[in-house]
Design a protein around this ligand. Structure first.
Ligand SMILES: Cc1ncc(C[n+]2csc(CCOP(=O)(O)OP(=O)(O)O)c2C)c(N)n1
Length: 314
């Protein structure tokens, strides 16, 4: 069982993953209103995936990082002993514990919100969001809470995760490596090179969850450059692939339940809706990538929606 510490304010009868996912959406909407901008559709699509990973899939220890995020202490180097990574929020490193690699780092606000809901990060952490000298960055990097690697140039993290997984296997560690990716990253050549390497090295201690929300920054994936048929392509690259409803916690958790040794990477393609839980967003389609309210009226509409979501959660 994962050892995430869960702090909930709501009725205990609801599915904990759904409860946390809804709380993520509320927090990201609140932040988007406060800042007049945010990666809101990414919260709508990925909330259940990330909550399932932390609550049901990954074996993590309690956070080993301060609840109030430390300021940026420089990039890691031989001459900078003060540098740290945001992976400490995912618990200490241990041979039997899992590692989490967060790839589409423009989703950082979603991850910070999740860490807050889980009590791994203090409730005021978003006050520092995108401030000079803060690690709570708009585009997360290796020092940002929950992040282990810098992956702002998309599609790099899967290669880094593959190297970590190979090293863990060579050391005889039993902990697995979990990677969260977006579908836009499958438009990039590096992703496919990484999967070829995973197949070649028979990497079975790595699992990938993909937020297949069918969107990227220039619009629908299908019109920019399709990646389908994604499952068949990944199988041809040697992966064990499951396609699931990305808002269903049981369906998301099921493929990861077996801990039997594998010789192939596991990929869970989570089919998601970028407007899930916030129907009003659909009016903005196909421009869903980054939400900035167009005028006071739209702002007020979303503020009223937030009040409704809060009321519904009581
Ligand atoms: C290598 C690289 N190319 C382009 C970008 C610019 N970029 C930032 S987010 C993004 C969209 C990627 O698609 P996805 O993450 O699926 O989009 P979302 O669902 O968040 O809209 C792009 C192209 C980048 N960060 N890195």
């Amino acid at each position: 069982m994962p050892q995430a510490s869960l702090q909930l304010n709501e009725a205990p009868t609801r599915d904990p993953v759904r409860q946390v996912a809804d709380a993520i959406r509320r927090r990201v909407l609140e932040h988007t209103l406060t800042n007049n901008g945010g990666y809101l559709s990414q919260a709508c699509s990925s909330a259940e995936i990330l909550a399932t990973l932390y609550l049901r899939v990954m074996r993590l220890g309690p956070s080993a990082a301060p609840r109030v995020p430390r300021p940026f202490a420089g990039v890691p180097s031989a001459t900078n002993p003060r540098a740290f990574t945001g992976a400490d929020y995912n618990g200490p490193r241990a041979p039997e514990l899992d590692r989490f690699i967060f790839s589409p780092v423009h989703y950082a606000l979603v991850l910070y919100s999740l860490l807050i809901e889980l009590g791994r990060l203090g409730p005021d952490a978003l006050d520092e969001f995108n401030q000079d000298g803060s690690t709570v960055e708009l585009i997360g990097a290796e020092h940002s809470p929950g992040h282990e690697v810098t992956a702002g140039s998309l599609a790099q993290a899967i290669s880094q995760a593959g190297g970590i997984a190979l090293a863990r296997r060579l050391r005889g560690e039993t902990g697995r490596v979990w990677v969260f990716m977006s579908d836009g990253e499958f438009q990039e050549g590096q992703t496919w090179e990484a999967f070829a390497a995973l197949a070649h090295h028979r990497i079975g201690n790595l699992g990938v969850y993909v937020d297949a929300n069918a969107q990227q920054c220039d619009g629908p994936m299908a019109s920019v450059m399709t990646v389908e048929p994604l499952a068949e392509r990944l199988r041809a690259f040697g992966a064990e692939v499951h396609e699931v409803d990305g808002h269903d916690p049981d369906a998301l958790a099921a493929p990861a339940e077996s801990t039997a040794p594998r010789e192939r990477p596991l990929v869970v393609i989570a089919r998601t809706d970028p407007c899930r839980g916030l129907e009003r967003l659909r009016e903005r389609a196909p421009k869903l990538h980054y939400v900035r309210f167009k005028n006071g009226q739209e702002f007020n509409t979303y503020q009223a929606l937030l009040a409704d979501l809060r009321e519904a959660a009581k």
